[in-house]
Design a protein around this ligand. Structure first.
Ligand code: AMP
Length: 212
């Protein structure tokens, strides 16, 4: 199972990728999580990435492609993977295609999460994320049982710096300009399926299952 979850920030890719990856025993490869982790550890790469992330810009292709190439080499990725938040540019998509082709592999299915801009803004500005396990909550529609604490692991919930309204607007612009063209790229390869990303998470999960 070699899958890509594609869609704007706040579309629910991470939540669905985590559930599916756990159920299938394959890794969720989330470049945003990997970059935030590197930033929190204070590595050179992480600090460089943080300056882009905090203002809602994309981290340069060569940095992200390098991270993903290394991650795909790990033994657990041989069974398959869910790429969440990668690729985000045409250059990244082409680099991924080359990486897989070198091993006679290809992406099997790309799930596009369709969500209205109004809903994305609402979700992102009210989003809180667990520092430990990265589970996401929504203050209005999916709050944690105990305020400020993760239901799954008890970790502390925080608001990502790039979930401020200004950064969210910038991220949506960047998405429209740089990532949206990937829809045509994957449609042309016959692997794109659109899933409506609004409604109950379990129903969205079932739609993804049907698509794969
Ligand atoms: P995410 O958690 O997927 O919303 O990603 C958060 C931020 O990390 C993005 O706004 C970018 O700054 C950076 N990022 C994550 N994935 C990529 C990628 N594939 N290419 C470039 N930047 C990325």
């Amino acid at each position: 199972m070699r899958l890509i979850f594609l869609g704007p920030p706040g579309a629910g890719k991470g939540t669905q990728a985590r559930t599916l990856a756990e159920a299938e025993g394959i890794p969720q490869i989330a470049t945003g999580d990997m970059l935030r982790d590197a930033a929190a550890r204070g590595t050179r790469l992480g600090l460089e990435a943080k300056s882009y992330m905090d203002r809602g810009a994309l981290v340069p292709d060569e940095v992200v492609v390098g991270l993903v190439a290394e991650r795909l080499e790990a033994p657990d990725a041989t069974k398959g993977f869910v790429l969440d938040g990668f690729p985000r540019t045409l250059a990244q998509a082409e680099a991924l295609e080359r990486m897989l082709k070198d091993r006679d592999l290809a992406v099997e299915r790309v799930i596009y999460f369709e969500v209205s801009e109004r809903e994305l803004l609402r979700r992102l500005t009210g989003r809180r994320v667990c520092r430990q396990c990265q589970s996401a909550y929504q203050l209005v529609s999916a709050p944690p049982k105990r305020e400020g604490r993760c239901d799954r692991c008890g970790g502390e919930l925080y608001q990502r710096e790039d979930d401020s309204e200004a950064a969210v607007r910038r991220r949506l612009e960047v998405y429209a300009a740089q990532t949206k063209p990937l829809l045509e790229y994957y449609r042309g390869r016959g692997v794109l399926t659109t899933v409506v990303g609004e409604g109950a998470p379990a129903a969205i999960g079932s739609a993804i299952r049907r698509a794969i």
